[in-house]
Write a protein that binds this ligand. Structure first.
Ligand code: IYR
Length: 221
């Protein structure tokens, strides 16, 4: 079978500009912090939708685009998600997570209470499609490198929301099966991550974390 190819839309930039842009992008991204204190202020739906479309530009195994994003703004749905998440998280913090894990989380100040799930204006629930469904026949279609593909798309999403001027929190309530139930997702989808989106609360505080230096994360051979 013949597949059409088109010319690449590539915008080359002079090296000087490349250096400047790479520094500016690093500086911008290094200001992104996970936020757990959100303001209830509304955020335009269009901005979050466009960030999701940016997430949808991620590369994926065999270009199967094995992701779905559900934008939750309905207070009643957010409440149901919070209730279920807190139920699982309470069990995890009190019984499922080993002491070493709880200790590792202490500097972050997390616990099972997740008020931000109802306070922030939007939740983006990311689903991975373990397989595809042919719209015409309903037949199953194989997806490849699903975790990797969806992980990249979430990276794009976080970067896009930060670039737009919003705060985010990646939240992985465990287990996450309730998200598929509350949002009535189809059989082929598994919840991958829950992302809270909004403005930080006035006076929001974050842990004083340090990034690893280049020599700790980068080798050049
Ligand atoms: N899912 C829990 C616990 C948690 C786990 C890790 I690893 C974190 O970096 C942060 C939290 C929660 O959201 O509180």
């Amino acid at each position: 079978m013949d597949h059409p190819f088109v010319d690449l839309d590539f915008h080359e930039v002079p090296v000087e500009e490349m250096l400047r842009r790479s520094q500016e992008f690093h500086d911008e991204m290094s200001r992104r912090r996970s936020v757990r204190q959100f303001a209830a202020r509304p955020v335009p739906q269009d901005v979050v939708e466009r960030a999701v479309m940016t997430a949808g530009t991620a590369p994926s195994g065999a270009h199967k685009q094995p992701w779905s994003f559900v934008l939750v703004g309905d207070p009643d749905v957010k409440r149901r998600i919070r209730e279920a998440a807190e139920r699982e998280e309470k069990e995890s913090y009190e019984h499922r997570m080993p002491p070493a894990w709880i200790e590792d989380l202490e500097p972050l100040g997390t616990d099972w209470h997740k008020p931000y799930l109802t306070i922030c204006p939007w939740l983006v629930v990311v689903f991975q499609q373990t397989y595809g469904v042919d719209p015409a026949s309903g037949g199953k279609r194989k997806h490849y490198y699903v975790q990797e593909s969806v992980g990249i798309s979430v990276g794009f999403l976080l970067a896009a929301l930060h670039h737009a001027g919003l705060a985010t929190l990646t939240h992985t309530p465990s287990p996450m099966g309730f998200l598929g139930e509350v949002l009535e997702r189809p059989e082929n989808e598994r919840a991958y991550m829950l992302i809270a989106v909004g403005y930080p609360e006035v006076g929001c505080r974050v842990p004083d974390l340090q990034r690893k230096p280049p020599k700790a994360i980068l080798s050049v051979v």
